[in-house]
Ligand binder design. Structure first.
Ligand SMILES: Nc1nc2c(c(=O)[nH]1)N[C@H]1C(S)=C(S)[C@@H](COP(=O)(O)O)O[C@H]1N2
Ligand SMILES: [Mo]
Length: 217
């Protein structure tokens, strides 16, 4: 117990020295669970679909088997929760939205500037399309080499963090990735999602500590 406390502090100091600890965050070696509402439990994925709609040239719907045949990537990220825990070198695998664009699976209309992630039970979260296309956002099916745990978004979640050692304009707090993701909707204008309507930041940049909405946005 005491030893692991020392290890945690020591590791936090190292990460800080590497410039990877955003302001106001602290290192955790656990994987806390954070969300509003119940965890969806699936007996099977027979009725599961993933949909892309809104400002796209053609609406798309994939079932689970089809989704798993899309191009895949592995991404290692430092993830940062707005409640101040950060977890480093987390390994994710799944589908990258840019690969869907580059592979011709999805064509966005030129006026598609924002994306709403739609999750089970009506949860939503907004990101600019530029963030969705950045290398630090993934539509993840696997964490640490294994399918996602139900609590962490099984079978599919958006995940966003920082690529270790990089500071990018697209770096965001973890809430900008929706767990139990079922659809992406493209829009011309931004629109607050669930946590944004509750007072959290529309933009959520970690290095600028954009945790809450500025008064009067
Ligand atoms: N569907 C859904 N996704 C969600 C949330 C939620 O309430 N519902 N909360 C977000 C928040 S606030 C965080 S910090 C992360 C937490 O992911 P984790 O539980 O895997 O740590 O999920 C995000 N995605
Ligand atoms: Mo969060």
């Amino acid at each position: 117990m005491f030893k692991s406390f020392i290890d945690r502090r020591q590791r936090e100091e190292e990460i800080k020295a590497e410039g990877r600890l955003p302001p106001g965050q602290s290192l955790t070696q656990k994987f806390p669970v954070l969300h509003y509402g119940p965890v969806p439990l699936y007996n099977n994925l027979n009725n599961w679909t993933f949909k892309v709609y809104g400002l796209v040239e053609e609406e798309k719907t994939w079932n689970w088997d089809e989704f798993n045949k899309l191009p895949r990537r592995k991404v290692t990220m430092d993830i940062h929760c707005v409640t101040r825990w950060s977890k480093f070198d987390t390994e994710w695998e799944g589908v990258h939205f840019k690969d869907l664009i580059d592979g011709g699976f999805v064509k966005l209309k030129p006026e598609a500037n924002f994306c709403i992630q739609h999750c089970e039970y009506g949860f939503t979260v907004n990101v600019p399309v530029s963030v969705l296309l950045a290398d630090n956002f993934l539509l993840a099916t696997h964490f640490d080499g294994k399918p996602l745990e139900p609590d962490h978004g099984y079978p599919l979640r958006g995940v966003i963090g920082a690529i270790p050692g990089k500071h990018q304009d697209s770096d965001r707090y973890l809430w900008k990735g929706g767990k139990w993701l079922r659809a992406l909707e493209f829009k011309a204008q931004d629109q607050p999602g669930f946590w944004e309507q509750a007072g959290y930041s529309m933009t959520a940049r970690i290095w600028d500590e954009e945790r809450y909405a500025r008064r009067g946005w």
